[in-house]
Design a protein around this ligand. Sequence first.
Ligand SMILES: N[C@@H](CCC(=O)N[C@@H](CS)C(=O)NCC(=O)O)C(=O)O
Length: 279
Amino acid sequence: MGDNTYIPPKVWIWETNEESQWSSLNRPIAGATHHKELPRGEHPLQLYSLATPNGVKITVMLEELLALGNVEAEYDAWLVRIGDGEQFGSGFVEVNPNSKIPALMDHSTPTPTRVFESGAILLYLAEKFDAFVPTEQSARAECLSWLFWQMGSAPYLGGGFGHFYHYAKNKYEYPIDRFAMEVKRQLDVLDRNLAERRYLCGEDYNIADIATYCWYGNLVLNNQYEAADFLDVASYENVVRWATEIDVRPAVQRGRRVNKTSGPEELRVLERHDASDIS
Ligand SMILES: N[C@@H](CCC(=O)N[C@@H](CS)C(=O)NCC(=O)O)C(=O)O
């Protein structure tokens, strides 16, 4: 793969290769690979996750809700080690048939509610607690537009740019060039918007900021893919200003640590069941 002699066969065949650390996990079929029940803690909200950009969106949101005084946002956060294939366990697949973290169960509803897709989980929690999403129709439309924009852009940043620039063992110019171009265009979209506004939708911080900070915020703060120089992130001054402001929020600092398995040992909170788990 990667040289210009590759000719696609008539029918694609699944062949495992060692192109990246994720190769042994990626597969073209859905469904569970093994039986494994999910654990359940004492709080109504049960989160099954890992501190990736998509996972952190939800722990930041829950910590923000708790910071506002919503005691019903207390949650258990269970670690799902995607590098070990735990997202393919039968219990997890029942909560998310797409086998990706994050996934949430809400046991406070008349029958338990499952929610998957980080954008859907953010909106579910925002509606449940009436926080971090505007209620006025136009403001809400703006918030949902930026939230869905982020959800649509993440595959370019993470699945595209991050995969080929950072994770892939061999670096190929064509995909890196294509995805760097799109990521820079998206950074410019954000930068122009944030030139006029403090947060993505205006004066108020909301779920669109949480979702976007976890991807583009981390990228411009050089916490993602070690690509700050390559993408010249410093030139997106408004994005850097916005990300820096969000980054220091105490709830953001707490949420980033939940289900974290890498980085400094003292910052990792593998599972969270109580506020005291985050020291
Ligand atoms: N669109 C999904 C994407 C979730 C996603 O890609 N999760 C990754 C970690 S960030 C995952 O679980 N990967 C495991 C795998 O691909 O097997 C969302 O926003 O929730």
